[in-house]
Unconditional design. Structure first.
Length: 136
């Protein structure tokens, strides 16, 4: 079977803002050029070679597995039920990363934390929740 999970897709109402936030937050780059008519963007590892497969053969796509996150232009509706999927971002310096992400446009979400949590719940500029988890 040749089936693999691709990148998670987040819907955004402002594609340039989302690209700026997530590329800076995660140190990624866009796979393809982004223009005024772009409505879908794939973010990849910065070292991925977009025009060559690991075995050296020509490949129209990026290095397999290099895709990390995709952003799709669309309507973001207010949530009426709990979110069922979110991203966990692991950090060596959790407090420093939370400050950095908030400075980029994320915001802290109110959360009923357990005693001595190893995570902080944030939302991206479109309101998608994600956790910054302390490594270790």
């Amino acid at each position: 079977m040749t089936l693999r999970v691709g990148p998670t897709v987040l819907t955004t109402t402002d594609l340039p803002r989302a690209v700026a936030f997530w590329t800076t937050a995660l140190g990624l780059r866009t796979r393809d050029a982004v223009g005024p008519d772009t409505d879908f963007v794939v973010l990849i590892d910065p070292g991925a070679r977009p025009d060559q497969a690991p075995d050296g053969d020509a490949d129209p796509g990026p290095t397999p597995g290099a895709e990390r996150l995709s952003l799709q232009l669309g309507e973001v509706r207010e949530r009426t039920e709990p979110v069922r999927v979110h991203l966990d971002l692991y950090a060596d310096d959790q407090a420093g990363e939370v400050r950095r992400l908030v400075g980029l446009g994320a915001r802290k979400l109110p959360w009923d934390y357990p005693e001595d949590p190893d995570f902080v719940v944030l939302a991206d500029p479109d309101g998608h929740p994600f956790c910054v988890v302390a490594k270790g």
